[in-house]
Ligand binder design. Sequence first.
Ligand code: DI6
Ligand code: FE
Length: 413
Amino acid sequence: MTHHSTRHFSDAPSADGLWTGVNLHDAGSSGSCAIAVQDGRVAWVGTEAAVPPAFAAMPRQDAKGALVTPGLVDCHTHLVYGGQRAHEFAMRLAGASYEEVARAGGGIVSSVRATREAGEDELFDAASARLASLLAEGVCAIEIKSGYGLALEHERKQLRVARRLGEAHGVTVRTTFLGAHALPPEYTGRSSDYIDLVCEQMLPALAAEELVDAVDVFCERIAFSLEETERVFKAAKALGLPVKLHAEQLSDMDGAALAARYGALSCDHIEHLSHKGIDAMREAGTVAVLLPGAYYTLRDTQLPPIDALRAAGVPMAVSTDHNPGTSPALSLLLMVNMACTLFRLTVPEAIAGVTQHAARALGLQDTHGRIEAGMPANFVLWNLKDAAELAYWFGQRPVRAVVRQGRIAEGAL
Ligand code: DI6
Ligand code: FE
């Protein structure tokens, strides 16, 4: 029995009680551990032998030796969009490159058409099914970007759907405004005017509606220039919003250094990141988000500079980059496997990449990515013995149960 359906979150039982028989990943000590959950938060965590009397008296949940990790965090997704782009996958198989498909009117703009045509409920239902796959595998917090509307009402529609998804599924959602994802067709040849619209109208309006937790830009030859990126960052800063960047995916645009100057939470993709960019990220405390699903789908051969990032001590996160063009991935564990196999991350690095470093990439380091007293209870019980198995198997669904936001949201004990 490996398939677990997502319960309606409001019906999910409380996880309050003392969880015993926990094989805690990263415990730093041997022996069985326990986690006390009270009012939906972790009240205490440690070895079973050291459970304080107040928690020893709580009702018990036996984890039966399950490996337990913090809830997973998917820190870079474009989960809300209309349609899908399997035909472009077929075009690329026939020899077209991603950039050629984009220039031929496909690519991001074709998802923009489908997203504009879709109603809010239709977008919600499609994204909800995709989200259910991620949640069933242990995701407890997720970032969702706009960027397939590229006009105020359609960007608003995407962000509203993202907020609704969080409420309906009982999962932490961080929304990112990516109005500067691609140039909409009605602005062909007027990139600068479109950036004015993004900075002066779309972003302030959506921020005022509290739909924006962070601001992102696709800084690339086929998207927006460094100068346009900086204009968006200035607008974000004026509103007190944190920034992040799609940086150096297809070429070195020097975007990471710019993002770091604006205190970016993260720079994402970064296959072509330079030493200068790495230094700037280290100084700014910016997280490097690695997206092996896009690397794999595009059959990229330029590896991100993992050794240099590691040597510099830049925290590395790993995410699905779920999107209909370059990463139709719905398994964060598969990305863990790919981060190890394709990018040569170590197992502890890859696990930290989908937990604590991913939380930091969203500014959620105080509430997600670790199992620590005071944090909301978000953790996963796995049908595994050894943490290396999280990276080793692929295509498996090894989840036993997920405690999300203090409730037993998936699976059974
Ligand atoms: N980089 C990507 O890989 C995706 N967006 C981005 O800025 C691609 C999005 C798409 O092709 O729809
Ligand atoms: Fe992306």
